[in-house]
Design a binder for this molecule. Structure first.
Ligand code: ZN
Length: 305
């Protein structure tokens, strides 16, 4: 009965907590690349490729999208925690020569299939879908998400963390975007100025430094820093507390903040940076024959002259 879903508190109506003892455990992708576990209203989504420090290839990306889709449609799931199996959260995009570009996956944006990474068109179509479209899609998920970062969070790992509402980190965690050394201005989902402030973002990009969790906390990019042996318990407690709130009010609050961030230029900034990022891949293709720079920067500068 409908009224059972509501309870009156202080004369106002609040939605009943969604939490219950329902549990669910599912694996997505070939070789269980992403795991989904539901307990007490909290879905834990685990990147399960520890042998590659949870590097993201297409298979991982689509498995992760399936897990987020499950979370979005699962009425028993109120909050999601995204974590990495093993020592590291994620080492970023899988740029190894063995990365799979031939398997068909159900495209989530309306860009066409992108089987060739040997043209600027192929690279842009791929990255619009996998590295940009997916992150916007997950960012807009109307339920709260928490990135639980341990160890390395590098390159594309940052994109996953930034797509979440909160970032919590273990004391040994660090953040880095080293792609400038590969001839690109930064990763595709370019949140750096919004997450770090403009001057700090520039230093982060120009030097490719490893930003320790504590420093990221001081800069406001990270919500909490906890010891590794307590971070799962603390994050779960935080998630369970949020899971007791009204689903709709949470969705509204999330949207209000996200739209405010877009009003500060986030989407325009990311789209502009992505255009420059695509230019860098085209330049690298032209000068080095690959999407990322493989020439010594000095030799490259000389060639440009
Ligand atoms: Zn790229």
């Amino acid at each position: 009965m409908l009224l059972q879903g509501f309870r009156g508190v202080g004369g106002a109506l609040y939605a009943a907590p969604m939490t219950d003892t329902t549990t669910d455990s599912t694996a997505f992708g070939k070789n269980d690349l992403v795991l989904y576990e539901l307990r007490n209203g909290v879905a834990t989504i685990t990147l399960n490729r520890p042998s590659a420090a949870n590097a993201q290839d297409r298979a991982v990306t689509y498995a992760l999208d399936e897990a987020f889709s499950r979370f979005a449609t699962d009425d028993n799931a109120a909050v999601a925690i995204l974590r990495g199996e093993g020592k590291h959260f994620s080492s970023g995009h899988d740029t190894s020569p063995h990365a799979d570009f031939t398997t068909n996956f159900p495209l989530r944006t309306l860009w066409w299939e992108h089987k060739s990474m040997a043209t600027a068109e192929g690279i842009m179509a791929f990255e619009e879908e996998a590295w940009l479209g997916m992150c916007f899609r997950w960012r807009e998920l109307p339920k709260p998400t928490i990135a639980l970062v341990t160890g390395a969070c590098i390159g594309g790992g940052l994109a996953l963390a930034w797509a979440c509402d909160f970032i919590v980190a273990s004391t040994d965690a660090f953040f880095s975007d080293p792609v400038l050394t590969m001839g690109c201005p930064g990763i595709e989902f370019f949140c750096h100025p919004y997450a770090l402030g403009t001057r700090r973002a520039k230093e982060f990009l120009f030097t490719g430094e490893r930003l320790p969790a504590q420093r990221a906390y001081e800069l406001g990019m990270v919500n909490h820093v906890w010891e590794r042996d307590e971070i799962v318990e603390q994050t779960t407690k935080l998630a369970e507390r949020i899971a007791e709130r009204s689903r709709f009010a949470l969705a509204l609050a999330k949207k209000a903040v996200n739209v405010a961030e877009e009003g500060m230029g986030l989407r325009t900034g990311i789209e502009h940076a992505f255009a420059l990022h695509s230019l860098s891949h085209a330049h690298n293709l032209h000068t080095c024959g690959m999407a990322v720079q493989v020439m010594d920067p000095k030799a490259l500068r000389k060639a440009s002259e």
